[in-house]
Ligand binder design. Sequence first.
Ligand SMILES: Nc1ncnc2c1ncn2[C@@H]1O[C@H](COP(=O)(O)OP(=O)(O)OP(=O)(O)O)[C@@H](O)[C@H]1O
Ligand SMILES: [Mg+2]
Length: 341
Amino acid sequence: MPGAIYAEGLVKTFGDVRALDGVDLDVPEGTVLGLLGPNGAGKTTTVRVLTTLIKPDSGRAVVAGIDVLRHPNEVRRSIGLSGQFAAVDEYLTGRENLQMVGQLYQMRAKAAKVRAGELLDRFHLADAADRPAKTYSGGMRRRLDLAAALVVSPPVMFMDEPTTGLDPRNRQELWDVIKELVAGGTTLLLTTQYLEEADHLAHDICVVDQGRVIARGTSDQLKAQTGGERVEVVVHEPEMITGARDVLARYGIAGIGHGEVSVEEHTRKLTVPVAGGAKLLAEVIRDLDAVGVEIDDIGLRRPTLDDVFISLTGHAAERAEEEEQPPVGAGGRKSRKEAVK
Ligand SMILES: Nc1ncnc2c1ncn2[C@@H]1O[C@H](COP(=O)(O)OP(=O)(O)OP(=O)(O)O)[C@@H](O)[C@H]1O
Ligand SMILES: [Mg+2]
């Protein structure tokens, strides 16, 4: 039985760019899939295909049990979308934006008003509720967009970078909202640049790069694939890097990670995959001392999702604090309208 979100062989090209190059997904009902990938990997394109905003060149997708290509209108009635490019009407107030969404979903005016009030409180927008959205800061707009996606509680939700540009407190609060939604049975596909967010919220993670899924599994499974423990040492002087590298190489285990010492010159940090736990640290410290290497810091580290990401894609996740690109194509308000038709 395919899950609440299912995709098979999705291909989408824009001119010469193969934005999706055969994406397969299967998200069981009531779970969260985290879609991770560097800029341009195809995350937003995947979301736009699954939410019927664009058609793939080939492939198949089923959302909430409905074929996305054959019955897009029915899919739209079963999903919620919070986009990377906020779908907020600038000239309406926050309250009016939310009420409008409710009415587009055929809520009664009174119910839409009540729901708008709840969401404005929940997202700390009550004080600004009656100001036009164009006076909102980036973080406030983002919150309003998320609130708009939650006016009705559809069985399947898509959130494209929901917390980009939010401060830590608002991010944490949104995580709580998401956990409640999922506890209530909602299935969620989420893209994010914050790997700790995926670690925290996602049951399964797909790493995409150049339009393909290059790894999938739980956070723990992906970390285990990347390798086990490492020893990380920061030496006191750049001249000590060579001596430290020789010592650490003796402890490196081949076959896991690269089995070799990696060096970050500008931070004077050396890292090596090891096996042996905390006991090993004492030995390493003694050996470094014996060859006259002074250390500023040493520690045993388990791989993080950041390590997984770097080892899979070759670069660190970008951390855009604000949206940099203007809305493209059917983004912005138009997509919201289409999504609720
Ligand atoms: N409407 C479009 N016209 C032309 N090219 C596009 C269009 N939409 C996406 N692309 C290209 O497709 C590729 C995938 O883009 P997409 O927006 O899906 O990436 P993303 O993973 O969401 O990246 P980001 O992390 O920056 O949001 C990129 O090379 C992008 O330039
Ligand atoms: Mg994107």
